[in-house]
Write a protein that binds this ligand. Structure first.
Ligand code: SAH
Ligand code: SF4
Length: 420
C-alpha cells in the first residue's frame, strides 16, 4: 500500500501519469509509422505530463489545504481517478491517544502508529502579536512586551508586515527514540527504536493543522532528523510545497546534533532553516555529553554550517543547553562567541530541564543571563527559552486567545484541549 503523505508532488504526478487520457490518442490509430506519428506521440506525452501535474496539484490542495481525507469528497477529480486512488493510495491518519495541556502552556499529543509504537508532537504557542497604533507589539508568555526592532532582538522573526500576530509552533518527532545517546537527553537515554517514515512525519503536522492554525514547524521532538535524512527531505518538500502545506522556508526548522553529511544532503534537496545543537564550547566538553562529536568535531560541524546556502536575511540557530558547572561559565560564553564568528547565527540558550535520566542540574537564572549578556555584547541575537510556570487556568485563557488570533487562512476544527 502506498501512503499518500510519503509522496512529494512529483512522485504523485509520476503515479498518475499512466492513468492519463488525452483526446489526441484517438488520432494515433490511423497514423502510419513516421515523423508525423512521432511528433504526435511526443505531444501526447507532454499533455499527459501536464495533466498528471495538474491532478497532483488538485489532490494536494484537497488534502493539505482543505484537510479532506476521503477520496470520494474530491469532487473535481474524475471518478476513475478517485477509484484508482482509493484502491491504491491510503491517506494516512495518526491515532490520537491523548492531547493534554501541560503547565507550561504547551499542548502535547501522543500518537499511536500502525505498529502500536507511540510518538509525541507538541504545539508551543508564543508571542501574541498585536498592532497598537502603527506599531506591532509582541507579548511573550511571561508578559514581557517587545515592539519594533526589539522583536528581532528577542528572536521573534521581525516580519512586521505580515498579519500573523501569533506563533503556534509544531514540534514534531523524526524517530521513535534516538540513537545519538546525548548524556543530558531523556530520548537519548531511551535509545533508538526505529525511524519514522515520511508519511508519519508529515501526518503529525497535518493532524495538528486540522486542530489549530500552525505557523511554524520545528524538528525538535524525539529523534535525530538527519539520522533519517531521506524521509526528512521528503517531508520538508511537502511542507514547503506551495500546493502542499505551503510553509515558508523560514518557518520550518530542522534541528540536528551535528551529523555533518546529513547537512549537505539536506540542502541538496530542500531549503529549510537549520538549528544546530552546539551545547558546548570545546571539543573535549562536547564529546563528553554528545558522542556524535567524536566523529564530527566542532570545527567540521561549523565548516558544514558555513557552506549552507542560506541566502540573505537568514541565520542558523545554535542551541545551547546550559548545564550547571559544566558548560555555563563566562569563559564558555566567550568561546562560543569566537566559534560562531563569521557564521550568520543566532543563539538559543536552553536552561537544562532536569529529569531522572541524568545527573546534570539547571544553572541559576543569573548564570544564564550573564552568559546571554556576553553573547549579546558580541553582537549575537541571543534568546533564552522561557521557562513557564503558570497555572492551568491562565494558560488556558491565554491559549484560547492565541488560537483565536493566530493567522489561519485555512479552516480548522474547534480545538478542544484536554486539561490535566
Ligand atoms: N535531535 C535533535 C532535535 C531534538 S532535541 C537535536 O539534538 O538537535 C531538541 C533540543 O533539545 C536540542 O537542542 C537538545 O540539545 C535539547 N535538549 C535535549 N534534552 C534537553 C534537556 N533535558 N534540557 C534542555 N534541553 C534539552
Ligand atoms: Fe536527544 Fe537530540 Fe541528542 Fe537525540 S540527538 S539524544 S534527541 S539531544
Amino acid at each position: 500500500m502506498i501512503y499518500f503523505q510519503s509522496l512529494n508532488k512529483n512522485d504523485l504526478a509520476d503515479l498518475l501519469l499512466p492513468l492519463g487520457r488525452v483526446k489526441e490518442e484517438r488520432d494515433l490509430r490511423d497514423l502510419p509509422e513516421g515523423d508525423e506519428r512521432n511528433s504526435l506521440l511526443k505531444k501526447i506525452e507532454q499533455k499527459k505530463i501536464k495533466q498528471a501535474m495538474m491532478r497532483a496539484k488538485q489532490i494536494y490542495h484537497w488534502v493539505y489545504q482543505r484537510y479532506v481525507t476521503d477520496w470520494d469528497q474530491m469532487t473535481d477529480l474524475a471518478k476513475e481517478i478517485r477509484e484508482w486512488m482509493k484502491a491504491n493510495v491510503t491517506i494516512y491518519r495518526l491515532n490520537e491517544t491523548y492531547a493534554k495541556q501541560s503547565l507550561d502552556g504547551t499542548f502535547k499529543f501522543l500518537w499511536q502508529l500502525h505498529d502500536q509504537k507511540t510518538i509525541e508532537s507538541v504545539i508551543i504557542p508564543a508571542a501574541l502579536r498585536e498592532k497598537i497604533g502603527d506599531e506591532v507589539v509582541a507579548t511573550l508568555e511571561d508578559g514581557k512586551r517587545y515592539s519594533g526592532i526589539e522583536t528581532e532582538k528577542a528572536g521573534l522573526d521581525n516580519d512586521l508586515n505580515e498579519d500573523s500576530w501569533a506563533r503556534l509552533t509544531a514540534c514534531i518527532s523524526s524517530q521513535v527514540g534516538c540513537a545519538m545517546a546525548c548524556k543530558f537527553c531523556l530520548t537519548g537515554v531511551q535509545g533508538l527504536d526505529r525511524s519514522l517514515e515520511a508519511h508519519e512525519i508529515v501526518t503529525q503536522v497535518l493532524e495538528l493543522r486540522m486542530r489549530a492554525p500552525i505557523t511554524n514547524i520545528v524538528f525538535m521532538g524525539m529523534g535525530e532528523p538527519l539520522h533519517n535524512v531521506k524521509n526528512i527531505i521528503k517531508a520538508c518538500q511537502i511542507m514547503l510545497d506551495e500546493d502542499g502545506m505551503n510553509f515558508s522556508k523560514r518557518k520550518v526548522t530542522v534541528s540536528t546534533s551535528g551529523l555533518v553529511p546529513g547537512i549537505e544532503e539536506l540542502y541538496k534537496h530542500t531549503d529549510v532553516s537549520l538549528a544546530i545543537s552546539l551545547n558546548s564550547s570545546t571539543d573535549e566538553q562536547r564529546s563528553q555529553i554528545m558522542p556524535v562529536n567524536k566523529k564530527w568535531p566542532i570545527a567540521e560541524l561549523l565548516d558544514a554550517c558555513r557552506k549552507v546556502p542560506l541566502g540573505t536575511h537568514r541565520r542558523i540557530t545554535f542551541e545551547y543547553v546550559m548545564l550547571k558547572d559544566f558548560n555555563d561559565t563566562i569563559e564558555d560564553a566567550h568561546r562560543v562567541a569566537r566559534l560562531l564568528k563569521g557564521i550568520p547565527s543566532k543563539v538559543n540558550l536552553i536552561p537544562f530541564n532536569e529529569h531522572s535520566g541524568a545527573d546534570f542540574k539547571r544553572p541559576t537564572d543569573k548564570t544564564v543571563l550573564d552568559f546571554q549578556r556576553i553573547l549579546l555584547k558580541q553582537g549575537y541575537t541571543t534568546t533564552v527559552r522561557v521557562s513557564r510556570g503558570r497555572d492551568i487556568l491562565a494558560a488556558c485563557g491565554q491559549l484560547r486567545s492565541l488560537f483565536g488570533t493566530a493567522r489561519g487562512t485555512e479552516k480548522h476544527r474547534d480545538f478542544q484541549p484536554v486539561n490535566e
